[in-house]
Every structure is written in structure tokens, then in C-alpha cells.
Design a protein around this ligand. Structure first.
Ligand code: SF4
Ligand code: SF4
Length: 300
């Protein structure tokens, strides 16, 4: 029996998760809690229930099937999340799509059968398979089996990672990864802890070791206005990247607030309500700061 893993989505025809046309497999669970996370449902390393009140017609079908009696109709179908066991019965019953369970136990064979359907697209476009999340390195045995299965079918592989895992985990699977998309959020450790919940020391060490080991890496900086787009952070990030062997470029991606509704659906407060997406001139200014230290910059 092959390894089982927890995933929350498989996205086809992706063109933003590495070269060519790709299938992206999203892993459930992440050791970071970035305040700007656009997939907050992926953070818990267990299934999680989303409820979108704007799609609810108050039919009460969910309350009828809930074995925990956790749902009360009261102008909306409120869930007592302490009683909820995330069994998913309400999501299966809700015909309006107001309820959704994120995180589903899946086998390597199930994932590969989805992935292999699109082989002609990968071959025609230079694409392949991307493992994202959440954090794929949090399920290393499952990830390793998937990477080996892709290698057996000669599929190009990308791992999109926060870089937070033991070096032993990264070292055990890096030879099966054709490209790492490695997030670099901020250099100041105290601020990193404040905004992501974890220290950046292991992440920076892993990035250095991975570069020294000769892995193919694209470093991505998510630009969050007022949090990590200041000159001090961008210059320090740029200098750190320049110190790494064989890396001469960086990709920057602007913050967007499209995930705000997901926080509401999870019953969580969205802490960055006040932020707006950076405009073109702000992205250009940030790119200029990174170019000043000698990096080529791609704006996504
Ligand atoms: S089944 Fe769906 S639409 Fe009906 S009350 Fe529950 S959440 Fe609302
Ligand atoms: S996921 Fe299961 S336990 Fe939780 S509210 Fe829905 S039916 Fe009830």
C-alpha cells in the first residue's frame, strides 16, 4: 500500500506555478501562519470546514445530517466549531456549495491518475507537476513517493515551499525535484516571527544549503505593503540572495486581498483588511531596489 497524504485541491492547466502548463497538487497543512496567506484553509494539518454565508439559502439540510448537532439556523447556518468533527457530511449535503471541507486523505495512485491525464499538455508546453500548499515538505514520505512516481513517468517536478523543514527532509528528496520555488518573506527574524509565527533561521539556512548543493531554485518574494516592501528589507534580501551560489535573479509577487472571504468562511479574523494591492509603480520601485544589488527581477 502506498503512502496516503492530505491534500486540498488539484488544479489543472496552471500557468503560474512553474514552466509551461502544469497540474498543481495542493498539500493540506503548513507550519507557518502568514497573515497574508491566500490559502488560509491550508494551514491546519487536518481537514477544516468552510462556510460561505452568502451562498446559504437556510434550507437546514446541513443541520439535519450533522451527527454532532453542531449547526444552528439563526439567520445563517452557524457551526459550533468546537463540536464539529469535520466529518464532511454537511458539505456533501449542501447543494448550494455553501459548505466545503478542505483536506482530503488521498493516495499516491489517486493523485498520479489525475496528473497523468494531462501528459500531452506537459509535453507540448514544457510543463509538468507542481507540489504546493500549504507546505508539501510537511508530508515528506507522501511527497517523496509522488516525486518518484513523476520521475518514473519522466515528468518535470516543482516544489513550491516556505523552506521550513529539517535539512534531512529536504536533502532526502531534492534530487527528485527539478525546480524549487522558494519563498523569502523577510530578513529580520523578529518581524518574521511577528508576521508568520516562526523564526526565519532554519529557512535561510536551508536556502543556503540548497543553493550550495546545486539545486535549481527560483526565489520568490511576496510583496506585502508596509510589512516587507521597505528599503531595508529589500536590500537585505537582495544581498542575501546575491551571496548564494548560482542565483542571480528573483521573482516578486504583489499582495492581493482575494482571500479575505476565505478567512470569513473559516470563522477567522482577516488581520490585513486595511491593505491594498501594490500598484505598478510600487512594484517597479521594489524591483529597482533589488536590481541595485545586482539581481535580475521578474515581476509576477
Ligand atoms: S445545507 Fe447549505 S444552503 Fe442549506 S442551510 Fe446548510 S449551508 Fe445553508
Ligand atoms: S463537518 Fe460534520 S460535524 Fe462538522 S458541522 Fe459538518 S456535519 Fe457537523
Amino acid at each position: 500500500m502506498s503512502e496516503l497524504g492530505l491534500i486540498f485541491d488539484i488544479k489543472k492547466y496552471s500557468i503560474n506555478d512553474g514552466p509551461g502548463i502544469r497540474t498543481t497538487v495542493f498539500f493540506q497543512g503548513c507550519p507557518l501562519t502568514c497573515q497574508w496567506c491566500h490559502n488560509p484553509e491550508s494551514q491546519p494539518n487536518k481537514p477544516v470546514l468552510l462556510y460561505r454565508a452568502n451562498r446559504c439559502v437556510l434550507c437546514g439540510a446541513c443541520a439535519e445530517v450533522c451527527p454532532q448537532h453542531a449547526i444552528t439556523l439563526n439567520g445563517s447556518a452557524d457551526t459550533d466549531r468546537k463540536s464539529c468533527k469535520t466529518c464532511g457530511s454537511c458539505a456533501e449535503t449542501c447543494y448550494n456549495g455553501a459548505r466545503e471541507l478542505s483536506g482530503c486523505e488521498t493516495s499516491v495512485e489517486q493523485v498520479m491518475s489525475e496528473v497523468l491525464r494531462d501528459t500531452p499538455f506537459y509535453e507540448g508546453s514544457g510543463g509538468g507537476v507542481t507540489f504546493s500548499g500549504g507546505e508539501p515538505l510537511l508530508q515528506p514520505r507522501f511527497l517523496l513517493e509522488l516525486l518518484c512516481a513523476c520521475r518514473a513517468h519522466d515528468l518535470h517536478t516543482v516544489v513550491d515551499t516556505s523552506g521550513l523543514a529539517t535539512w534531512e527532509v529536504i536533502d532526502s528528496l531534492r534530487i527528485y525535484v527539478d525546480l524549487f520555488l522558494f519563498d523569502l518573506k523577510m530578513m529580520d527574524d523578529k518581524r518574521h516571527i511577528e508576521y508568520t509565527g516562526v523564526s526565519n533561521q532554519l529557512i535561510l539556512n536551508n536556502l543556503k544549503k540548497l543553493a550550495e548543493a546545486g539545486s535549481n531554485i527560483t526565489i520568490c518574494i511576496p510583496l506585502i505593503p508596509g510589512i516587507n516592501d521597505d528599503g531595508d528589507n529589500l536590500r537585505a534580501s537582495g544581498e542575501f540572495i546575491r551571496s548564494l551560489p548560482n542565483i542571480t535573479s528573483v521573482e516578486i509577487m504583489g499582495y492581493h486581498d482575494l482571500a479575505a472571504a476565505k478567512y470569513e468562511a473559516l470563522g477567522l479574523a482577516y488581520q490585513l483588511k486595511h491593505l491594498s494591492a501594490p500598484d505598478k509603480s510600487e512594484m517597479r520601485r521594489s524591483a529597482g531596489l533589488l536590481e541595485q544589488v545586482g539581481l535580475q527581477v521578474k515581476i509576477s
